[in-house]
Design a protein around this ligand. Sequence first.
Ligand code: FE2
Length: 364
Amino acid sequence: MNGLNISNDTSLFEVPAVLNAGGKLTDHCAREAVDKIDTYGFVIFTDLLSHEEADAALDMVRQAADDPERNLCTFASETDNRYKRRDFCSLPSTPFLNSFAGTLCQRLEGVISEYCRPSHRLLEAVTLTSYLGSSHQYFHRDPPNVLSFFAAFEDVSEDQGGTVFVPGTHKYAGVEKRHGGLGLELMDLFMVWSNIHVFRHNFRKLWDMRKGRGASLAPGEFRDRVFSTKWDEYQPNILRFLTNRNTHLSLNTFGPRTLRDLYRHRAAIRDNFHIVRTAPRKGTVIVFRSDTIHAGPDNRSPNPRRLYGMSISRDIIDPEYLFDGYSPHPSLIAQPLTFGDLLNFPPLTVLPKAAEQLEQIPAE
Ligand SMILES: [Fe+2]
């Protein structure tokens, strides 16, 4: 994205997953990961899932996305969903999904239990697919007090749009004292600065599409993404910007004080924060605090980008607001699951490819 400094180097945030004989992260590995989450707000586990496990989970995700009765997520851009630019849907609580989610929790127990108690609720399990022409999300924080996960079941290229994070922007006691006592203020200004670029990027791309460059627009799509009155927080919607109906970026954002602070603190904003673009390989799992500033980029490739997402509360949440910002499948609401339940599910058993093929050869 023009004008923003985005690094593709994620090595500082990665921990190669090493499992002990019990199938859990080794103590050393878990400690290293907790240290990264506490420092940066997220960690990237490489090779946490075997290729066979990723293939099996990818089948589940594809089946869910192909189901005409699927439950579309409420937090996603509904306009992107409508024009098949994204397909974010929640996953039903099947035995396979429960085993898969259980396996993730069991392997990562040494990390998750630093933040979540066994009684804390699973808020959602979702599949996040984006296609060419999707919009770049605005930089944002998810609702607080949640630990979230993204798993890649196939390699995600930079162009396909792995999640971007701003390291060190999670909220914890005392964070406001950082950066000379301007910690939270500078983070908010950085978000405004970045979102100006996101708006411009999304609008330019749509304009290019309108001119026949890039993905082709569907009838009415340009109008719906730029001038619609319908609720959508993820589009370069000029009407909703001017009428202050977009919480991420609107005319109200640019009061005289914000403009002054953007100018006055421009060097601090530039020097203290940077954006990191992930491109998770098959079997990678990203764990992040929901209050870390992040965004889901647009997909700039012809290949769909698929991710699995999951969130567990890491504090008590008022029941009235439990699912605010999350999209649990009706089956998860009917039969709630906790982190403790997930630890007790039978782990996923996926045969290695060679053994699977041998099993399929009929006995003579
Ligand atoms: Fe988010």
